[in-house]
Every structure is written in structure tokens, then in C-alpha cells.
Design a protein around this ligand. Sequence first.
Ligand code: MTE
Ligand code: MO
Length: 376
Amino acid sequence: DPYAKDPIRHSALKPANMKPFNAEISPALLCESFITPNELFYVRNHLPVPEINPHSYELELEVEGIDRTAVFSLDDLKKFPKATITATLMCAGNRRAEMKKVKTVKGLDWGPCAIGNATWSGVRLRDLLKQVGVTEDEEILKHVHFEGLDLDVTATQYAASIPIWKAVDRRGDVILAYEMNGVPIPPDHGYPIRVVVPGVAGARNVKWLGKIVVSEKESTSHWQQNDYKGFSPSIDYDNVDFSKAPSIQELPVISAICKPLEGEVVKVENGYINLKGYAWSGGGQQIIRVDLTLDEGKTWHIASLDAQDTALPPQHWAWTLWSAKLPVAPEFKEVEIWCKAVDSCYNTQPERFENIWNFRGVLSNAYHRVKIKLNQ
Ligand code: MTE
Ligand code: MO
């Protein structure tokens, strides 16, 4: 069993799959803290967790076409200036289960908690690249590949790539992290080094990083070319041409109601119900507003944004936690809550899943709807 040595996980992580391990916590627990505790952070592994000896660990850095390969030990990496960012990481398949209700999709049944927010510390990728002569002025090499040390049965490693501007830009904030929330990155999240590409789909944030390649071309990995891409609702497995869509990088704006839960019986207090949730946008955009309605959009309420990072767009990498206290009419026995967020580019979420359905169930960011029963 290649998974026999996988780490022991917290019992609050509810698995969608065991081997490889994929799990999320409950929404109520998720919105409890601005910083998601490491042991409660969602896990999305495609392969077994590799065992890596920190003493013999090496990170290779190759620049294609030119003889500029460098190798760094963990100690070498720690000699670079230490950078820290607070960034939300989200799987491109977060909230897939809701899209699946429209029509089935292929992919893990994620609820709204394939997302977490952490403080990451490590080396700036930009600093490392500068050392091998790759800077903002680079003209020929257009992509930076990341290869994990986790292997599939054919000994192919998990890999992905990002466009070079994100890697070399002063405001890109791409970090080769050795710490997550102040401690060494836990095995499930990429020990000893994971690249954090803030604002970009989880899939590009390669864990157990073994090699970086600066290249003229995108990564040819399965996960870059034939997965993690968005398509029209008219496309399915029988007519898809993966080369026709770009790989997902920056994620669109999303939000979710974490409290109350679908189907919950909610006690009405003096005519009001209390709500809590999160909102986030990719590309370093900030959440500027969260709108809520209890009557399918006839009247809207504005949530209060309770916890937010101070960083300005386009470097606002962390999510926003929000809350609201909404009035309900005394005769109501049930109510459906709708939620949507607006980011600093004034982008917002689509109303329904029908029109954004895609056969892989990614970018599943329609209004979040929660139907509850009222106890009054
Ligand atoms: N990196 C490696 N090496 N192997 C993986 O399976 N999964 C990716 C990404 N990086 C993956 C990986 C995906 S799809 C996501 S959503 C995030 O890691 C999940 O990160 P987490 O498990 O730390 O939450
Ligand atoms: Mo993912």
C-alpha cells in the first residue's frame, strides 16, 4: 500500500477520499478563525505523501536552454531573506458538489470548505530566480514549472506551472514556503518546501517541491494540460479538446455561508437570524462587499466584513470573514438565504450554476444558497 506511511489526520477533517487523502472540515468550524489552523486546513493530495529527509533534501533550479542549474539545500534556502504573507489557498474544485446538482460532473465532491487561510513564510521565488539571472526583463522564457516529489505508479511526479510574470514581479509574492502559520509545513501540506502562488488556483501551489524549471513552454503535466481547465456547458468528455482552454491560474470571486447550514433549524432571536461566512477573490483582489438576500433578490442586505487583511490590491491575498444579522418576517417557517461577494475590480458571482456548469466542476462560484427552517 503506497499510502501506508501517510500522516495521521485530525478527526475534524472529513474525507471525500482516503487514498489519496482529500478532506475538508465543516463550514461552522472553518469560519471560526481568520487563520485556519494547520491541522484543520483542507487536504488535496493526488498521490501518496512522500517521505522527505530534510537533511538530504535538495531543490533543483534549472533554466532551460542555458547552463544555469543551481541546487539548494534547506539551509541554503533559509539563508535568503525571509518573507511572510497571509494568503488563502483554494482548490479550483471548491463547492463542486453544488454544481453537480445541476448535472453530474467528474471530480471530488467538495463542499464549500476546500479553502483555508494561512500565514506562509519562506524565500521569495523572485530572489532565487535573480540568483540564476532570471529577472523581470526576461523575454524568452515565459513559464516557471514546479515539480513535486510525490510520484504516481509510473514514477511521474505531480507538476504544474505559472506564467513567468507572476514569479518575477515585485508584487507577485510567490514564496517557497518552509513555514505554515509559524511552524514547519506539515507533511500533508508539502514538507519541507511548498510553493505558495497567492491568488492562484491551489493546483499550481505545488507541495513537496523538488524542482523548478524556467521554460519557454508551459508544464506538460497532466494537471496543467488535461485537468484544471474551464469549459462551456456544451462541452463534455466526448467532445472536449483540452488544448482549447487555458489552464486555470487566478481564481474568480467566491463566497459561502458557513452558518447556518443547509436544512438547519434556526432559532429566531427578536425577529433576527445570525449568519456567518467567508468571501475571497483571486489575483490579489480584495472583497469590498458581501450581499445577502432572503427573498430571491427583491431586497438585499449588506454583511459586515469582520476580518480582513490590511494589504492592498493587487496584493490582497487573504480571504474576508463576514457576518450579518437579518430580519425575518414572523410568519416565515422557512427561508432561503442567498449570498454573493463583490471584489475590488467590481467583479461578482454568477447567479446560477446552470450557466457556468462545466464537466470537471471547477470554478464553481455561483451565489451560495442555503435553505433553513425557522424556529419562531
Ligand atoms: N502538490 C503536489 N505535489 N501534489 C498534489 O497532489 N495538489 C494540488 C496542490 N499542490 C497537489 C499539490 C491541489 S489540486 C491543491 S487544491 C492544493 O495543493 C491543496 O493544498 P493543501 O492540501 O495544502 O490544502
Ligand atoms: Mo485542487
